[in-house]
Design a protein around this ligand. Structure first.
Ligand code: IPM
Ligand code: MN
Length: 361
């Protein structure tokens, strides 16, 4: 039987609650599809940091590097200064493991509320490919005369040809494999950030020559924000840098129903992937059993796809669609009409006994 080694970092706040449901559902999928998932739990997060001062030791990174995938709940705790855990754990994983693609699908399932009044599932179905190791996130910069009236802060944006190339290539390949509109839109800011986005744009079209079957398209990030709201059906694959990708994927998340369902993958193609719900640790809901586990479950679905277990991913997606379409009142925490655990049980039930009818995957 095929088996996979999965590192699990439940993390902070509601992370452990949603990961528990994700693991339960994934085990059910594995049981049905005839493969095995061996979960290895790691307790990195706020609690451990507050006790030991340790965020993520290199020894753990080395262990995780050998796994087939990493399943992450959420990182962030109000007791810890912003940035410490984010940089020390989440960004460290992304950077050290060179997970250079942040893949964030924006897909509205039937029956799910969207703030776009006139749009439905047939309109909202695109993917954002966010570069995940460069741009403003590299942390280059510093203060000068800190704390004085003459204070200066510098935060540098770093872009490399290699980094852009592997990212746009992934986007083209993805558009090809996805086989829908076969279009990649570069989301940048060539009219103002004339070095960084000039490099992006040149590499985008250069690499694009290898993909004559894919339509190339460019739009500024500000315009993209508007178009995502006005005409989301225009998009197929959007490729962008780390910073813009961070921003537009929160907008994307609300279009598909919010943080209750939005999932993402941090991927080094062919090597390793880390999958996470894209919302935060939602500390105010911790321990109440009201948080929606579907984002974590959908992250698990992306993990199955990454592992090559497409049939399992499809089985899981059908179950999720059935649950959001026929059961949940809302995707928001506390308004689902079910507890966190009950939502997990519903999904598990449909994984084990798939709905007979067409659910529109
Ligand atoms: C995300 C988050 C992270 C980011 C934070 C928590 C560091 O917002 O995954 O989008 O900015 O990338
Ligand atoms: Mn973000």
């Amino acid at each position: 039987m095929k088996s996979y080694e999965i590192a699990v970092i439940p993390g902070d706040g509601t992370g452990p609650e949603v990961i528990r449901e994700g693991v339960k559902v994934l085990e059910a999928v594995a049981g049905k599809e005839g493969f095995k998932l061996n979960f290895h739990f790691y307790d990195f997060g706020a609690e451990r940091y507050l006790k030991t001062g340790e965020t993520l030791p290199d020894s753990a990174l080395a262990e995780m590097e050998k796994m087939d995938a990493i399943y992450l709940g959420a990182i962030g705790d109000p007791r810890v200064k912003p940035g410490v855990l984010e940089k020390g754990i989440l960004l460290k994983l992304r950077f050290s493991l060179d997970l250079y693609i942040n893949l964030r699908p924006v897909k509205l399932y039937p029956g799910v509320w969207t703030p776009l009044r006139d749009k439905g599932p047939e309109d909202i179905d695109f993917v954002v490919v966010r570069e995940n190791t460069e741009s403003l996130y590299v942390g280059i910069g510093g203060f000068f005369k800190k704390g004085t009236v003459d204070e200066v802060a510098i935060q540098e944006m770093l872009v490399t040809r290699k980094g852009v190339e592997r990212c746009v290539r992934y986007a083209y390949e993805f558009a090809r494999k996805r086989n829908r509109k076969k279009k990649v839109t570069l989301c940048g800011k060539t009219n103002v950030l004339t070095y960084a986005w000039d490099l992006w744009e040149r590499v985008f079209y250069e690499v694009g020559e290898e993909y004559p079957d894919i339509e190339k398209d460019y739009a500024h990030v500000d315009a993209i924000c508007m178009w995502m709201v006005k005409n989301p059906e225009y998009f197929d694959v959007i490729v962008t840098d780390n910073m813009f990708g961070d921003i537009i994927t929160d907008l994307g998340a609300i279009l598909q129903g919010g943080m209750g369902i939005a999932a993402g993958g941090n991927i080094h193609p062919g090597k390793l992937g880390m999958f996470e719900p894209i919302g935060g640790s939602a500390p105010k809901y911790t321990g109440k059993g009201v948080i929606n586990p579907l984002a974590a479950i959908c992250a698990g679905m992306m993990m199955l796809e990454f592992l090559g277990e497409e049939k399992g991913a499809e089985r899981l997606e059908k179950a999720v669609i059935k649950v959001v379409r026929d059961h949940l009142k809302s995707l928001s925490a506390g308004k689902m009409g079910y507890s966190t655990e009950e939502v997990g049980d519903l999904v598990k039930g449909y994984v084990e006994n798939p709905p007979e009818e067409e659910v529109g995957v």
